[in-house]
Write a protein that binds this ligand. Structure first.
Ligand SMILES: [Zn+2]
Length: 227
């Protein structure tokens, strides 16, 4: 799933009362397209005339919707950022970004509430973004009636299901199926449920489709299209 602001707000309120004694003040929630992190607490440091940090302003919780993630991962990401937020609003001085205080709170919440908050989300996402291994990708690139360009990387076993169902789910004006081993497509989840992801940069996509093999499909067989 990809979280909405309403969903994140609901989880924030729930975890705030369950795990933080309702001590966290409300803050703006923003969705981002970031590839290198799942969540972040962002703020500006306020300094006095001597340049010393005296506070922070414009604190906001950013959650990336770049990846289609399991709900539990999204919840644990929100909790991870809420620990950062707790440390920030209480002015606690941790030994490092994920220092002793952070890890003690994380371990307490994991133990008491059966969560799986980790330190590694950022690193994992960065690794995904820089995953340069060549893998086989079966993709469908679709243009919708509303002008949007969309894409889905489809599990090989699900191609014909997608072929049948996608046109019933979306107003597709035209579509093309491709095979490509380009690592660029590693950033997309391999889907088993029919869906399309909107592409923000069709030009970038077109550069990576230049070397892709166009496929033809009749609903039962998919093979490289004869040029
Ligand atoms: Zn963190």
């Amino acid at each position: 799933m990809r979280p909405t602001i309403e969903y994140i707000q609901d989880r924030f309120d729930h975890f705030n009362s369950m795990c933080f004694g309702g001590q966290l003040p409300p803050l703006p929630i923003k969705l981002s397209q970031a590839r290198h992190y799942l969540g972040a607490i962002r703020y500006k440091r306020q300094r006095n005339l001597l340049g010393q940090v005296v506070g922070c302003a414009d604190v906001a919780l950013h959650i990336s919707i770049c990846y289609d993630l399991e709900e539990q991962v999204i919840e644990d990401t929100i909790l991870h950022e809420m620990i950062h937020y707790y440390i920030l609003v209480h002015g606690l001085h941790d030994t490092s970004l994920h220092g002793d205080i952070f890890q003690k709170m994380m371990n307490d919440i994991n133990r008491r509430y059966g969560r799986h908050i980790s330190l590694s989300h950022r690193r994992t996402q960065a690794e995904n973004a820089s995953d340069q291994k060549r893998r086989p990708h079966y993709l469908c690139v679709a243009h919708l009636d509303n002008g949007h360009t969309c894409l889905v990387v489809c599990a090989k076993t699900c191609i014909f299901q997608f072929y049948k169902k996608l046109p019933r789910m979306y107003d597709i004006s035209d579509w093309t199926w491709y095979f490509s081993p380009d690592p660029y497509f590693n950033r997309y989840p391999v889907c088993r449920t029919p869906k399309l992801f909107r592409i923000d940069d069709p030009h970038e996509l077109s550069l990576h489709l230049c070397n892709a093999t166009e496929m033809e499909c009749n609903g039962r067989v998919m093979k490289p299209k004869k040029q």
